[in-house]
Design a protein around this ligand. Structure first.
Ligand SMILES: *Cc1c(COP(=O)(O)O)cnc(C)c1O
Length: 342
């Protein structure tokens, strides 16, 4: 076992080879028992459906070090259920919630010394995925599959505090109306690379996608979910069959309602209604909450609360969510799976 010499204060979001990853193999209608491996290289058939036809899906969740030394996994059951839905959409075998949480727990424990310390703002990011493998060439579901979970230590998304970012409305779509927008599959991401890169070249943090059918409603902010706050204390977030059902979004909906006393409105968010919102943000596991300073649409930059400071409701949501994740604030029932530290 290597002892990592990691400068926790400079950690970003990049690949670091940690000691162990979980691997389970599916063939003949079942997953095997699964092992922890020190090898970070997969050896798969050149005919794997994951390589040619995009038969793969993934998840992202974090483990947090708490003040008392224990470790919090945030809502892993929700990631497990979402991965089951992604697998079903791509005709891949289902991983049980139990196997999923067990795999995550094993990986966290085996790589415990990579978990950033309490108070550093960092976390251990877990990346579960399922890929279609085995000898094949025709367009059909794979004969074999791999379910794996690896992890990397990541730093706080914003070093030196949250800062509003500007986004631009994209002319591209990330998903089709009845396509795979709601599944966490690599194909959606491959399709988003060019739009994202063009937005970044134009000086924006990322692009915002409109609904693919009418191009009138806001759907996604890059690879995060959109929310906005109105003057009369509504928490507004898009609902559509092509929006990825984020677990951060789901959690903020409940916290907005139960802890901040906001009215939650899920539905169409017309891009023409931006002036109704006093604050806006993007949310997801990696970005946590990214405050949206302004949105570029039809050649104009619409600014929400401010380009410099974060709006008060966004700040409250951020405090509540991150407090729960790191164990400082009591979590709603069932949100935390505790792992005891060594
Ligand atoms: C993963 C993802 C999100 C955020 O989901 P979380 O469960 O909150 O991390 C939002 N949009 C897209 C497109 C995603 O892939």
């Amino acid at each position: 076992m290597s002892v990592p010499s990691i400068d926790w204060s400079t950690l970003g979001f990049s690949y670091i080879k940690t000691d162990y990853r979980y691997l389970s193999h599916w063939s003949q209608d079942q997953w095997d028992a699964g092992v922890l491996s020190e090898d970070n290289v997969l050896h798969i058939s050149e005919g794997s459906t994951a390589l040619h036809y995009g038969q793969q899906c993934f998840e992202g969740l974090k483990a947090y070090r708490c003040k008392d030394g224990s470790i919090n996994l945030f809502r892993p059951d929700q990631n497990a259920l979402r991965m089951q839905r992604s697998c079903a959409r791509l005709m891949m075998p289902s991983v049980s919630v139990e196997q999923f949480i067990d795999a995550c727990t094993q990986v966290v424990k085996a790589n415990e010394h990579f978990i950033p310390p309490y108070g550093s703002g960092g976390a251990l990011y877990l990346r579960p995925f399922v890929i279609g493998v085995g000898d094949n060439i025709g367009v059909r579901t794979a004969p074999e599959f791999i379910f794996s979970v690896f992890c990397i230590p990541v730093g706080p998304y914003f070093k030196g505090g949250m800062k509003p970012c500007n986004f631009m409305i994209s002319n591209y779509d990330r998903a089709a109306p009845n396509g795979t927008g709601a599944a966490k599959v690599g194909g959606n991401y491959a399709a988003s690379l060019l739009p994202g890169s063009e937005a970044k070249s134009a000086g924006f943090a990322d692009c915002i996608y409109l609904d693919p059918l009418t191009h009138t409603n806001i759907e996604e902010v890059g690879s995060a979910n959109f929310f906005a706050i109105t003057q009369d204390k509504q928490f507004v977030t898009p609902r559509s069959a092509s929006v990825l059902p984020g677990i951060t979004r789901l959690s903020l909906i409940q916290l907005a309602k139960d802890r901040l006393g906001l009215t939650v409105v899920e539905g169409d968010v017309p891009v023409g209604d931006l002036k109704k919102f006093t604050e806006a943000g993007a949310c997801g596991t990696a970005a946590v909450i990214t405050p949206i300073g302004g949105i570029q649409y039809n050649g104009e930059l619409h600014v929400f609360h401010s380009q410099e400071e974060v709006g008060p409701v966004t700040q409250q949501l951020y405090k509540e969510l991150t407090g729960i994740q790191s164990g400082d604030i009591e979590a709603p029932e069932g949100w935390i799976v505790k792992i005891q530290g060594a």
